[in-house]
Write a protein that binds this ligand. Structure first.
Ligand code: ZN
Length: 796
């Protein structure tokens, strides 16, 4: 890629039109402007390999500048380095011909509005705030141990590793780094520290006029500024908020694919859950066949998103070759010791001796957030009376209490004006408001309205205002970057409040309870669901919860959340038999250590569902979608479950075996005993390959997955027969349409789509499908999809 090509493609991304140039040295760009005027730009990109050659060409260049003296518009000389250019030449270029001399990082970079602002400046944009947080975090950060998923390699500090990776000049093998961590593991600390490091190094490189990647952070803050809470509009919001000149998405993508920007995404779990095009957007960028350099993208998510979000799982299945995954690990005692030293200096022994005496607390401190809460108590000298069985819920409850204490002490709020109970009430209502408005932050005037209910009616207006203001400034909140909004500073406290509120609604207001739990799918390890579960256990209200579950069958999100709470109850085995699980979406859930006799999963979506140490005898799984469904330590009783005709079989994983993707292999593994009377549906190799192809557009439960996919994605994955021949067959039969320019294929929007769904879901063969298989299958006299009896089936 020459400088000339870079300049042309860059200007095209900015909406300039550039007619072809034979010599490939001068870019003459034109762009329509207001009132029939055109904007012009001329860029000389001399192919000059070194300083000496460039120096020799000075006279010729000046002559060219003179020839173009009458050409309107901005003029640039773009060179890899200004070395070799004489002072005289530079002076003449600028003063006689108005030609600015630029190196690539000057010409192509998109500077931030605040690049030259000092760090201490108050307020500012989300990225500026991020940088400031990163600076603070760096001073007291404990190294964050991690594991490289897939290789099992363990490292002592992910920040060091990522910073090295993102700053390395060498090409990356894989464009996406995925970092997963449970809540409270310091993902945000890692992210802000990394951004600060990369940004500082970038500015250093830019000052030295070296090529470098500008880190562009995409944060949830932009959702409130975007036209919709989706990735594309959020990129627009990022560019408008942070970048000094008007830059649009094509230029943003140009920078990503040409080595001028890296893209860092954090805290977008809610956006991912709502934006069906989220991963398509990223995939489209990384999978372009003509990317000159490998993009560099960091995606940080809660680890639970892997189980709660189908889109992420789908993406990893299709695009796994683009992704490298790292997982933050819990702190081991040596990390906790390091943390204590950094956080408490000479008081560190005080914390460590408490932890040594109470193993339960040492375990809690494996989660950095909890270690911080305990350290705070040590710092404040409030360590008396911590019970041995101190739980995470007690810890968080006491932490919120301590926050209120400090506010009362600072006299920001008076306890006789707003009581602790009332303050907690406002805080948990704010949590609900944040949950219900998709984490866009809660407007401060809404908090004012909530405060109205608890403030004494005889308060003067200025006093009232002062109190509301103090509530908005409580350290449990932080200002969202859009002014006049706040959001929760810590996920754990936010979820705790949601759990408390849900428990209250459970007792008194079934409608609000169901609404609250229908807001978003909580992950299985969610603190909110654990708080709720603990409360229901105290109330021994399992039966009542089962009633709520039964009335939530039409609201899949609430159903899923309530079911997860039910699974945490001690008597859940007994309750599960009566749970209406048939035809529900149970994808990604885990059933652990349960006897499942009499439990019916008939027709349910069990995609990526995990059964762990369950007794499967007498469990009904007929017509269930089995796709990446895991059975760990269930094998002895697996054959005693009822799998029906296995029409929903795509793949299962059993213990440490490689995934089973052929239904006949699965039937064989289950053994012949007791299954003779059950025929199962067996596809021929071509039919199986076709189903895999269709499953890239349709989910195994028949729901929409995507409209189009690139060729690489379509041909990747399992090959039973040549996937290209099946792809071409599907195109000939009108199920897919090729878009040759983008090397993508689009699914049909005609009535053939119903055939596609039926075949993907349970191998239903319609006349159109039959003729496609006739056309593609190479087996003489094949009937493609047949009902087989195990006794008549032939296994090799
Ligand atoms: Zn066939």
């Amino acid at each position: 890629m020459s400088l000339y090509d870079e300049a042309v493609t860059f200007l095209e991304s900015e909406g300039w039109s550039v007619p072809g140039e034979l010599r490939g040295e001068v870019v003459r760009a034109r762009r329509a402007a207001y009132a029939d005027n055109s904007e012009h730009m001329t860029v000389w990109c001399p192919a000059a390999p070194d300083a000496e050659e460039l120096h020799r060409r000075e006279a010729t260049l000046l002559q060219r500048f003179a020839e173009e003296a009458r050409t309107p518009g901005a003029k640039f000389l773009l060179v890899e380095s200004t070395q070799g250019l004489s002072t005289d030449f530079r002076r003449l270029a600028k003063h006689e011909y108005n030609v600015d001399i630029r190196v690539p990082i000057q010409f192509f970079d998109a500077r931030f509005k605040w690049d030259d602002t000092s760090v201490s400046a108050l307020a500012g944009t989300a990225a500026q705030q991020l940088r400031r947080d990163g600076e603070l975090a760096a001073r007291r950060r404990t190294p964050q141990p991690f594991e490289a998923v897939g290789t099992g390699v363990v490292g002592s500090d992910l920040l060091t590793d990522l910073a090295r990776r993102f700053d390395s000049p060498g090409a990356w093998d894989r464009p996406i780094v995925l970092v997963t961590a449970p809540a409270g593991f310091g993902k945000s600390v890692l992210f802000e520290s990394l951004f600060e490091t990369l940004y500082t190094n970038f500015q250093k490189a830019k000052k030295q006029l070296r090529r470098a990647y500008r880190p562009l952070p995409l944060l949830p803050d932009y959702a409130a500024l975007a036209s919709a809470p989706a990735l594309g509009p959020m990129v627009d919001a990022l560019l408008q908020t942070e970048v000094a000149r008007p830059v649009k998405q094509p230029t943003f993508q140009w920078m990503l694919t040409r080595g001028f920007a890296s893209w860092l995404l954090d805290g977008l779990d809610e956006v991912i859950a709502q934006d069906p095009g989220f991963f398509e957007y990223i995939h489209e960028i990384v999978a372009r066949p003509d990317n000159p350099t490998t993009p560099r993208i960091l995606l940080c998510v809660r680890d639970s998103l892997l189980s709660s979000n189908q889109a992420l799982r789908d993406f990893l299945a299709v695009a796994h070759e683009y992704v490298e995954e790292f997982r933050l690990l819990p702190w081991r005692p040596e990390s906790i010791r390091t943390f204590a030293r950094i956080r408490l200096q000479d008081k560190d022994q005080e914390l460590l001796s408490i932890l040594d005496a109470k193993p339960q607390l040492m375990k809690l401190c494996g989660t950095p957030y909890y270690a911080e809460l305990l350290a705070e108590r040590v710092a404040e000298g409030k360590t008396d009376g911590i019970p041995d069985d101190y739980s995470e819920m007690d810890l968080v409850y006491d932490a919120v209490d301590a926050i209120m204490d400090r506010e009362y002490k600072k006299e920001q709020l008076q306890e006789n004006v707003v009581s602790r109970h009332d303050l907690l009430d406002v805080i948990s209502h704010v949590a609900v408001a944040e949950l219900e408005n998709d984490n866009r932050g809660v407007p401060t005037d809404e908090i004012g309205q909530l405060a109205e209910f608890v403030l004494p009616s005889d308060l003067s207006d200025p006093e009232r205002e002062r109190c509301t203001d103090a509530i908005c400034r409580l350290p449990v909140f932080r200002a969202a970057s859009e002014r006049q909004r706040v959001r929760f500073a810590q996920d754990v406290i936010f979820e705790h409040q949601i759990g408390i509120r849900a428990a209250q609604y459970f007792a008194v207001n079934p409608v609000r309870f169901a609404q609250l739990l229908d807001c978003r799918p909580f992950p299985p390890d969610s603190f909110a669901l654990r708080v709720l579960c603990a409360r229901i256990r105290e109330l021994a209200a399992g039966e009542e919860l089962l009633t709520r579950l039964a009335s939530a069958t039409a609201t899949p999100t609430a159903f899923r959340n309530i079911l997860q709470v039910l699974l945490g109850l001690p008597d859940c085995a007994r309750l599960l038999i009566h749970a209406p699980l048939e035809r529900q979406d149970l994808s990604g859930l885990t059933f652990s250590g349960l006897p499942l006799a009499g439990v019916s999963f008939r027709g349910a979506n069990l995609e990526s569902t995990r059964f762990n140490s369950c007794v499967m005898t007498g469990c009904d799984l007929s017509d269930a979608t089995l796709h990446g469904t895991r059975f760990d330590a269930c094998l002895p009783t697996l054959a005693e479950a009822d799998f029906g005709h296995l029409t929903g079989f795509v793949s299962v994983e059993i213990d440490s075996r490689t995934a089973i993707e052929d239904v006949a292999d699965f039937v064989k593994l289950l053994g012949t005993d007791g299954r003779r009377e059950h025929p199962f549906v067996g596809p021929c190799p071509t039919a199986l390959q076709l189903r895999f192809l269709f499953l890239k557009f349709v989910r195994p439960d028949g729901h929409y997955r995507r409209d189009s996919l690139d060729e690489k994605g379509l041909l990747s994955g399992r090959r039973i027969v040549d996937p290209a021949s099946v792809l071409n067959g599907a195109v000939r039969a009108g199920f897919l349409t090729a878009i040759p320019k983008r090397r993508r294929y689009e699914r049909t929007h005609s009535q053939l789509y119903a055939d596609m769904v039926g075949f993907a879901q349970n191998l239903r063969v319609t006349p159109a499908i039959r003729s496609l298989l006739e056309d593609t299958c190479r087996v003489e006299g094949c009937s493609h999809v047949v009902q087989e009896n195990l006794t008549s089936a032939t296994f090799d």
